[in-house]
Design a protein around this ligand. Structure first.
Ligand code: PBG
Length: 329
């Protein structure tokens, strides 16, 4: 054997024991890399399970507070809040009502956890509009970019007033980061940061999110979210968002866009996050339920792929559980 001296190089040597593999691991996911997205629904007495996201619920204000405390105790860094109002209308009025469900929940969570978690909120209209679009519509039924910016500015002010540390503009309107930044500064909220959804693609994997926020979308989001074939375009969006004042940038979804995440992470001079979205969560849960994949290994492997691709922050519905898992080693 070993004719001609082969193999001379044996990469398998570094894989021989668990201690060896741990020592040479290039990438580690830590609890503090994780951010937990959560839904709070108005007018419910008990948390409501989301069928397409086993293990995830629409929270009551009370259960949301508990979820925030649990996340903080597990070592998670951030909490991203989505509001589900009882009443939806064409302009998403509940999104700018200081007493809207999201604003109440932000005050609750800040009162509960203070600064122990970075408290963030989704800055978008689709949870609040009856047509389900991320903006307001013009007379032809198209999403009106500039009229929507006005709504985002108002939303940003009420979310910041309610105590959000960070706002996540996720509507993919042109100019949204700069417009919201100016509105916040004018209102004395210079310290509220913007985590821009920089490269956000039209994706089939948002499916379960529609159930989570009780949204029935008429049409699709193809005229404002990015088209899946385009990678270079993400770098253009990155340059614009950073120039407009984004403090952090995000790529979304995660798994189908690891190449985009990597490209953004290589170039960005601000922290880079990734959002492992509802359909990515559902895919693993569904396969695990059938016994087709090992659930915990699959979770940690997907999170590791994001770190390896260059993300330093990961939004995932598994955040609290994964933080506990990772702490156990
Ligand atoms: C927009 C928003 C969406 C998600 C986060 N922010 C929906 C969309 O863009 O269609 C999706 C998150 C997920 O699927 O987990 N408010």
């Amino acid at each position: 054997m070993a004719d001609g001296g082969f193999p001379r190089v044996r990469p398998r040597r570094l894989r021989t024991t668990a201690a060896m593999r741990r020592m040479v691991a290039e990438t580690r996911v830590l609890p503090e890399d994780l951010i937990l997205p959560a839904f709070v629904r108005e007018g419910i007495a008990e948390p409501v399970p989301i069928g397409s996201m086993p293990g995830v619920v629409q929270h009551t204000r009370d259960s949301l507070r508990k979820a925030a405390v649990e996340a903080a105790e597990a070592g998670v860094s951030g909490f991203m809040l989505f509001g589900v109002p009882e009443e939806k209308d064409a302009v998403g009025s509940q999104g700018t009502d200081p007493d809207g469900i999201l604003q109440r929940a932000l005050r609750d969570v800040r009162a509960e956890v203070g600064d122990a978690l970075v408290v963030m909120s989704d800055l978008c209209l689709d949870e609040y509009t009856d047509h389900g679009h991320c903006g307001v519509l013009d007379a032809q039924g198209r999403v009106d970019n500039d009229a929507t910016l006005e709504r985002y500015a108002e939303m940003a002010r009420v979310q910041a007033d309610a105590g959000a540390h960070v706002l996540g503009p996720s509507g993919m309107m042109d100019g949204q980061v700069g417009y919201v930044r100016a509105a916040l500064d004018a209102a004395g909220h210079q310290d509220v940061a913007l985590f821009a959804y920089t490269a956000k693609y039209t994706s089939a994997f948002y499916g379960p999110f529609r159930e989570a926020v009780a949204s029935s979308l008429s049409g699709d989001r193809k005229t404002y979210q990015q088209d899946p074939p385009n990678g270079r375009e993400a770098l253009r969006e990155l340059a614009l968002d950073v120039a407009e004042g984004a403090d952090m940038v995000m790529v979304k979804p995660g798994l189908p866009y690891l190449d985009v995440l990597h490209a953004v992470a290589e170039r960005a001079e601000v922290p880079v996050g990734v959002y492992q979205i509802s359909g990515e969560y559902a895919m693993v849960e569904a396969a695990a339920e059938r016994g087709w994949v090992d659930r915990e290994r699959a979770i940690v492997e997907t999170l590791t792929s994001f770190k390896r691709a260059g993300a330093s922050m990961i939004l995932t519905y598994w955040a609290t559980e994964a933080a506990r898992l990772l702490a156990r080693g």
